[in-house]
Each structure stands twice: as C-alpha cells, then as structure tokens.
Write a protein that binds this ligand. Structure first.
Ligand SMILES: Cc1ncc(COP(=O)(O)O)c(C=O)c1O
Length: 420
C-alpha cells in the first residue's frame, strides 16, 4: 500500500459518496442514512454502468458461438473471473461462479459431502460449525448430516462474542471432525475470526475447512492463498456487486476430484446416451446459462474495491465502529452484542431495553436511518444470546460520522416515542 493510497475515514466517504446514486435520495426531506450493508450492499455507478453497458453493447451467449459479439461477451465474463480470482489470490480454475454464498455452501455439501465414492462424510463423523453462523452455514450441514448419519456440532462462543478456543480445541481433539465450517466475520456479532490460524488448527486435526467470507470480502483484505482453506465462499451483492452471483474458491485437488452437483449445458465435454464426461474447472461446476451480466457487474465491484484498497475500507469502517461504540453505550438501556472494536468488523448489533428491535427499526426508518432488525438468519445464535432479535447497524465505505450522528439521534428520538 502506498502512502498516497491511505485515506482518512472522512475523506474516503467524501470521495466515494457521489459514486452511489441511491444515496442522493431523500424521504420527507431526510437524507438516506444507509446502515444495512451487511444485509446487502449499495452499488456504485461503475457497477450499474458495467451491467447496463453489457446489455446495451455486448449481450450474447458465452463460450459457444464464434461471432464477434459472442467473443466479446465471453471475454467480459471470463475477464471478470480473471480479475476476481487475482484480487482474491486465487486462480481462474479455482474460482467458480454460483448464485450466492448459500449456493456455494450447498455445492460443497453436495459435491464434496455427499460423494458416495469418497465417503467424505459418513456415520460417526462430525461436521463442526460454530454458534455464530448464518443459517446458510448451518442448514446445508444439517441436511448433509441427516442424509449421512453424521453429527452436527457447534463450537461455543464466549460471552463477549469470540470463538471459545478451548471448546474448539476439545472438539477437534475428538478426532472425528471431518469438516469445520466457520464465518470469517459474523454478520451479527461482527467478530473477525482469525481464519488463517483456524484453518491451520483444523487441518492439523484432519478436518477439511470451509470459510464463509460473505461479510469479509467487502470489509477487509482477503487472500485465499494465504488463508489456505479448502473452500472459501462469498456473495456478490454484499461486496458492492449485483445480486444473483456468488463465488466458491476451492483447493484445486479437491475440486478436480469432486463430481459436479448440477448437470446440464456448459459443464460437459462429451454427452453420450448413458453418460457424459465433464468439463474442466471451473466450468464443471457451472451448469446452465451463467449469470453473465452479474459476473461482469461483480468484476466492476471488485475493481471498485481494489481501487479504494481493502485495507482502507477496513480502516475506515474500524474508525466508524470506534466512533459509534462508546456513543451507543451512553444510550440508557442499550446493549451491544459482540466483542470490542479491536476484534470487530463494521457491524454493530444491539438491543434496547423496553423496545422490541422491530420497533427500533421502524422508528429509525421514519428518520430515513436504515438498519436491519430480526434474527439476522442466525436463530441458534439468538438462542445462545438469550434474545429473540437485535437491531443491527452496519457500515460501508460511503458512511461517515454524520451517519453515526444520525443513528444516535434517531435512537434518542425512538426512546422518547416510547416514553423511555
Ligand atoms: C455470514 C453470512 N453468510 C452467508 C450469508 C448468505 O448470503 P447469500 O444470501 O447471499 O447467500 C450471509 C447473508 O446475510 C451472511 O451474512
């Protein structure tokens, strides 16, 4: 990172705010304060323009046709893959487009977990997840365990929202953990897990490791070669890209031996009456017509992140969290869940005594302050925390301390409405 590339938090937001057309809109004269990027990210003009331009100028079937337009669309699609792979420290062969992170995890659960030739997961085996996982990183494993007779187990979290290292060590020491699946950043607690160390620890205990990077890719530098997990998944719409596209990075040797999950066009080499030979990586796992415009849009989103610098985005969101945490703590009855700023990404979930999170969300919404409320697709975690739901504010590169001010002010107003 060069000296010039480092931007103070305010200047980063100032620099990029104009890139997000949606932020210009108002509701009853109140500007949009978007604090829900952990649910879905807003899109910069460069992403919107890339998709628009694809449909206006380059739309044609990829891979199959020989005319110039089709070559151009194929080039845009595969070019996006090349840039995404390079940005993530992966190769194009090991960068597979899926619909989202959820589909990427299901792909692994089916193609790796259910493979009857290898018996990767079977009776007596343990699939280990953690108490802080999103449903996407729980339910596919429940289904796999149900079908194979394996057991699903959860690494506990500590009261301050960190993974319980002793519990993890004890569970790995059991010797029968075949798969360990863990979030890089929790979408509720904001906890940033040291995934490189976790991968090393779990692999030393004989487990295959999947990292759910859905929250991490938009928030911090991620290099899958350095992390060295067997599988690393993420989702485009949270990373300033479009919906309908996600990514699975996998260890080449594993992907090469795994059988495809979905069959159909594009994933084959030769189709006979009774059997087929499969395409090379990554296309073996990309059956059917791909989300071409979405891939092009995701390529533009990655260019956007690369241009800002993931380190700068991380520093920026960290500064906002440091600004917001003590101010939130001053609001009577407000409890933040999760660790302190040092172990946290750009996500702050909280409860407010005397108010249901949905009421908090609705009253904040009247001020045009957008936060997410509910269980955040993490019901087991809510159960562990002993609460039904939280409100959650999450940051992106375009947020600044004015947005934190608006959040704090709106929370005070909401308490007043409730007579608190
Ligand atoms: C940590 C985490 N994992 C997985 C997902 C699922 O993402 P998608 O619905 O795009 O597959 C989310 C989305 O909220 C998430 O926050």
């Amino acid at each position: 990172m060069t000296e010039q590339a480092v931007h103070a938090p305010a200047s980063l937001a100032q620099r990029v705010r104009g890139d997000f057309p949606i932020l210009a809109q108002e509701q009853d004269g109140k500007r949009l304060v978007y604090l829900d990027s952990a649910a879905t990210g807003q899109k910069p003009s460069s992403v919107i323009d890339a998709i628009d331009s694809f449909y206006r100028n380059s739309n044609a079937p990829i891979h199959r046709s020989t005319y110039a337009l089709a070559e151009s669309s194929t080039q845009l699609f595969e070019g996006a893959r090349e840039r995404i792979a390079a940005f993530m420290g992966a190769t194009t062969e090991t960068t597979i487009f899926t619909r989202n992170a959820t589909e990427a995890i299901n792909l692994v659960a089916h193609a790796w977990g259910r493979d009857p030739r290898t018996g990767n997961i079977g009776e007596g085996d343990v699939v280990l997840v953690t108490e802080m996982e999103h449903h996407s990183n729980i339910v596919p494993w429940q289904m796999l365990c149900r079908d194979t007779g394996a057991t699903l187990d959860y690494v506990k979290i500590t009261d301050d929202g960190l993974l319980d290292a002793d519990d993890l060590a004890a569970k790995l020491a059991g010797g029968n953990v075949k798969l360990f699946a863990v979030a890089h950043i929790s979408n509720v607690l904001g906890t940033v897990n040291d995934v490189k160390a976790l991968v090393a620890q779990a692999r030393a205990a004989g487990a295959t490791v999947l990292i759910d990077g859905s929250q991490a890719v938009p928030q911090m530098p991620v290099n899958v070669a350095e992390i060295d997990a067997d599988f690393y998944v993420w989702t485009g719409h949270k990373a300033y890209g479009p919906t309908g596209i996600g990514v699975l990075h996998g260890r080449r040797e594993l992907l090469a031996t795994m059988r495809p999950w979905l069959g159909g066009g594009d994933m084959i080499k030769v189709v006979n009456w009774n059997d087929s030979s499969y395409n090379d990586l990554p296309w073996k796992f990309e059956a059917g017509t791909s989300a071409v415009a979405e891939a092009v849009g995701l390529g533009a989103a990655i260019d956007f992140i690369a241009e800002l610098g993931s380190e700068n985005i991380r520093a920026h969101e960290h500064a906002l969290v440091e600004n917001a945490l003590p101010r939130l703590a001053e609001i009577p009855g407000l409890t933040v869940v999760g660790p302190g700023a040092e172990a946290r990404g750009g996500v702050i979930s909280f409860t407010l005594d005397g108010m249901h999170p949905h009421d908090v969300g609705e009253l904040l919404g009247r001020e045009n302050v957008c936060v997410r409320t509910g269980h955040h697709c993490a019901q087991p975690l809510m159960r562990r925390l002993g609460i039904p739901a939280t409100a959650r504010a999450s940051f992106a590169c375009f947020n600044d301390t004015d947005d934190v001010d608006a959040l704090i002010e709106a929370l005070h107003k909401a308490r007043k409405v409730f007579g608190l």
